[in-house]
Design a binder for this molecule. Structure first.
Ligand code: DX5
Ligand code: ZN
Length: 221
């Protein structure tokens, strides 16, 4: 599986998020991670479809949109029209996950499902067996804020997801999101991680350090 370093613009300057995109593009990144928060499912607010639509103009990056929303189905059209390439929804809120995932796919977008650190892989096995997924996101912090500490025990879930993937026709990418830095790359790769979301650890580093980070992930240029 291809390995990807996806900068999270949550860690960028929210008065000038375009500059965070520019850094990623100058670094030849392929993906950008956009965290959408509703202040209800998670205790923070971030930005909405209009911001995504404005960032979409002129950007060739793959928009990996992470919906941390209690009612994501209310916003699928908006983020799809705004230019999301992949839309990830969480398993924890109570709604018809399969219906929403199928709807996202019907719009021609790639689909992901996300698990908070405390949510077991078993909670999404029926989804893995029912719908084609492009990504499974394992939160390695409790969602809401960047700059938290990486939760290593989530890697056992990554290992399980990698094993499940071996025995099913769903070739989903496995993504970690939260507190990820260069020091976590080796254990994450060994567990089976494909996509590394990094906000704080990416944007606080200089050009050379960011390049080192992406090389350690194994991202192809
Ligand atoms: C948490 C967010 C963060 C963000 C990256 O809700 O999803 O994980 O993307 O955060 P840091 O700055 O820890 O890499
Ligand atoms: Zn995220």
């Amino acid at each position: 599986m291809e390995k990807i370093l996806a900068p999270s613009i949550l860690a960028g300057n929210h008065a000038d998020l375009k500059s965070a995109l520019d850094v990623a593009e100058q670094d030849s990144r392929k993906w950008i991670h956009l965290d959408i928060m509703d202040g209800h499912f998670v205790p923070n607010l971030s930005f909405g479809p209009q911001t995504v639509a404005d960032l979409r103009i002129g950007s060739k990056l793959f928009f990996d949109v992470h919906l941390m929303l209690s009612n994501p189905y209310l916003y699928i059209d908006a983020f799809s029209e705004a230019g999301a390439d992949l839309i990830t929804i969480h398993i924890e809120p109570c709604y018809d996950h399969l219906k929403v995932l199928e709807y996202i796919r019907s719009l021609g977008k790639k689909v992901g499902i996300a698990l908070n650190p405390g949510t077991p892989v078993d909670d999404i096995l029926n989804i893995i067996n029912s719908v084609k997924l492009d990504l499974v996101l394992c939160m390695t912090v409790n969602p809401g804020f960047g700059g938290q500490n990486f939760m290593y025990d989530v890697l056992s879930k990554v290992e399980k997801l990698a094993e499940v993937r071996e025995h099913c026709s769903n070739a989903y990418l496995i993504e970690v999101d939260g507190g990820v830095g260069p020091e976590h790359v080796k254990p994450c790769l060994e567990a089976g991680v494909d996509v590394f979301v990094a906000g704080t650890a990416y944007y606080k580093r200089n050009d050379a350090e960011r390049r080192e980070f992406s090389i350690s992930v194994g991202e192809l240029f």
